[in-house]
Write a protein that binds this ligand. Structure first.
Ligand code: AMP
Ligand code: MG
Length: 450
């Protein structure tokens, strides 16, 4: 499953060149593979610093300390059921026909401490989670007693009839069964998921030291763009990339900052980049195709290093990547996505997501993939790796099938709406036919709707 074997921590002494190797003759040979492009990109990222993080904000983040239990969990042996704490030996002759009657000498609720032991031949009424009284080695649940009948008959509960023999240890949870005092319950480097959040709370922590979320500036470029909310105008299109990419950033664990639209002028782009420089990464969209690139290239090369790549993939062939120098000397990595809405999303899946994962301290592994049988053909016209938008679904026999989501033009954003995966047609395969097995990188799980 682990496609990228790079360690999570970037080693800056081995930074790769940004520029593709020169002196290639054939245009295709100048194209970078997805893997090469990713490797060059990831060389510019490393794990961010860790900060004290309130527990409820820690989900999806990497723990940067060992969490140690300072006491046993649970702290005392306690009851797993509502029932009666007994000495199991006293119940050996119990049956439904001949319940064993035991005098009830007290009761103990969750959060209380028992005020007396269970005497031989006696019982203490006990609630789930309440500490087991001394002497008791088992709890008999209510349903194995005659408490209900006694209540119905209006009898006092000073005696209880036990109907089932108890074994030593029945329904008693030993102290420290979850964790022992001194034990490391979560190791440094753990990904905080809901279970880890719960464990941290169970040892009494309200915050943990966790790697902070990367903050990503998102800039759209283009004279044709309108912001959603502005009145519609002929000849203009709404800036959808900023929003789809911001949502991806959020989904991958980052914090998006939508800077807005830069017009195709040096001044406007510079202003937007100035606003983005204080963040961990800048993502732009559009302006990286051959005709458009000049403004972007001029501006970016003034501010650091920038390379325009052709990546051997469809969609999302044009990609820019660079490193911008901030006024404080800090350099900020810049990912320049193609403008076409599907290309921008697919490129962000392939390159933005792993970069965010590295900053989060997670291995930059690709999305989980499934093997599925194609319902439709996938064509590969020009030797690039095709990421076809597909809907993966479960056939009646339980196997996965994948059908393409219609028009695969990189401008057809609605083709992403129906998709839950990207089916991969390798660059050296000219066509995959209906019935072929294909690998699909899942962007959502077939059964998951949320
Ligand atoms: P470009 O890379 O500037 O040549 O843009 C390629 C295509 O993507 C053009 O059709 C643009 O109108 C479109 N496009 C560029 N930016 C955006 C954006 N932010 N939202 C939606 N479409 C865009
Ligand atoms: Mg443009």
């Amino acid at each position: 499953m682990e496609r990228y074997s790079r360690p999570a921590m970037a080693d800056h002494s081995h930074r790769r060149e940004l520029e593709p190797r020169p002196h290639r003759h054939h245009y295709d040979a100048d194209m970078l593979s997805v893997e090469d492009a990713l490797e060059r990109i990831l060389a510019h990222f490393s794990r961010l610093d860790a900060v004290d993080t309130p527990l409820l904000e820690a989900c999806g983040r990497v723990l940067d300390e060992d969490l140690v239990a300072t006491f046993d969990i649970p702290p005392l042996a306690n009851s797993a059921m509502d029932g009666y704490a007994v000495r199991s030996a006293d119940t050996s002759s119990a049956s439904s026909e001949r319940p064993r009657d035991l005098p009830v000498v007290g009761s103990v609720a969750a959060g209380e401490l028992p005020d007396r032991p269970v005497p031989p031949g006696g019982a203490i009424r006990i609630m789930t989670g309440a500490p087991a009284p001394a002497g008791a080695d088992a709890v008999v649940p209510f349903e194995d007693t005659d408490e209900m009948e006694r209540r119905r008959a209006g009898a006092a509960l000073d005696v209880i009839g036990i109907r089932t023999p108890a074994e030593p240890g029945d329904n008693i949870r030993p102290a420290g069964e979850d964790a022992r005092a001194g034990e490391v319950v979560l190791k440094r480097g753990s990904l905080m998921r809901p279970a880890e959040i719960g464990v941290a709370a169970s040892i009494g922590r309200k915050s943990v030291c966790a790697v902070r979320r990367p903050v990503v500036a998102i800039i759209s470029t283009g004279d044709e763009l309108l912001s959603p909310g502005e009145p519609h105008q002929a000849g203009k299109i709404y800036n959808s990339n900023a929003y789809s990419v911001a949502a991806l950033v959020e989904r991958f664990g980052g914090e998006p900052r939508v800077i807005g639209i830069a017009r195709d002028t040096v001044k406007s782009l510079n202003e937007a980049l100035d606003a983005g420089m204080r963040y961990d990464m800048i993502v732009t969209s559009a302006g990286v195709s051959k005709g458009d690139y000049d403004v972007v290239k001029d501006v970016l090369s003034e501010r650091g290093s920038i390379a325009l790549w052709s990546v051997r993939m469809r969609p999302a062939k044009p990609l820019a990547f660079g490193s911008l120098r901030g006024p404080d000397g800090r350099s900020v990595p810049h990912l320049g996505l193609p403008g076409n809405p599907v290309s921008a999303m697919v490129a962000f899946e392939q390159f933005g997501r792993p970069a965010l994962r590295v900053m989060l301290g997670l291995p930059p592994v690709s999305r989980p993939s499934v093997r599925a049988t194609l319902d439709d053909d996938i064509y590969n016209h020009d030797g690039r790796r095709v990421y076809a938008r597909v809907t993966v679904y479960k056939a009646r026999n339980g196997s996965y099938r994948a059908r393409t989501t219609g028009n695969q033009s990189s401008g057809v954003l609605t083709s992403m709406v129906a998709a839950n995966g990207l089916a991969i047609c390798p660059d050296d395969v000219a066509m995959m036919s209906a019935g072929d097995e294909v690998t699909v990188e899942m962007i959502d799980w077939p059964e998951t709707v949320f």
